[in-house]
Design a protein. Structure first.
Length: 107
């Protein structure tokens, strides 16, 4: 297990890009990709914080935003809706397992 949020973010983003579609719908606003949102949700679990706390961390941590290629910081409700959508499709658990395997192989 890593203690580095940056390496976790890289692994989660790579896993999300491999396993998830870029956008949930063709009608999506396209502000953030599903892999980016997935990586943020993984980091939220890593830091054991709520959605608003994760948004605050992203706002303050430019290295994390750069690794995740975020054009701006998402609203906390965007993270909640993304998590609900990923859980409904059963994608969140499978992607988390892939990210932990990828992280273990790279560490």
């Amino acid at each position: 297990m890593t203690k580095s949020a940056i390496s976790l973010a890289r692994a989660a983003l790579a896993t999300g890009q491999e396993a998830l579609p870029t956008y949930a719908s063709k009608f999506s606003r396209k502000d953030f990709t599903l892999p980016q949102l997935f990586a943020i949700l993984v980091l939220r679990k890593f830091f054991r914080t709520d959605y608003r706390g994760m948004v605050a961390m992203l706002g303050e941590w430019s290295d994390l935003r750069r690794v995740l290629k975020l054009p701006k910081v998402p609203n906390y409700s965007t993270l909640w809706y993304a998590e609900q959508k990923l859980m409904k499709r059963g994608l969140l658990l499978g992607c988390c397992r892939r990210a932990s395997i990828a992280l273990g192989a790279s560490a």
